[in-house]
Design a protein around this ligand. Structure first.
Ligand SMILES: [Zn+2]
Length: 89
């Protein structure tokens, strides 16, 4: 797949995700619910100017994670079939 988006990747979400999850989420891997391929969350293309922050699968381009941050809460959306593998520290 050609380089999509803004040139940012999942590393840019380390701070916001670190507020929700204790482990360093840039070390997590994700399985795409669309194509089933695995990839490091940190390397997924990030669309930071979407409604919320959106990570897309680097292989098929489908949305794999959406994080919306509000003053009093977070919304974390993982599309159907998508999973995260988070290493335990
Ligand atoms: Zn995919």
């Amino acid at each position: 797949m050609d380089e999509p988006g803004t040139g940012l990747d999942g590393n840019a979400l380390a701070g916001p995700l670190g507020l929700i999850f204790t482990p360093d989420m840039t070390t997590a891997a994700g399985r795409c619910g669309s194509c089933g391929r695995d990839g490091m969350l940190a390397r997924a293309p990030l669309y930071a100017d979407a409604p919320g922050a959106v990570l897309r699968c680097p292989f098929c381009g489908e949305v794999t994670l959406r994080l919306v941050t509000a003053p009093d809460r977070y919304w974390l959306d993982l599309p159907a079939g998508t999973s995260l593998m988070i290493p335990r520290g």
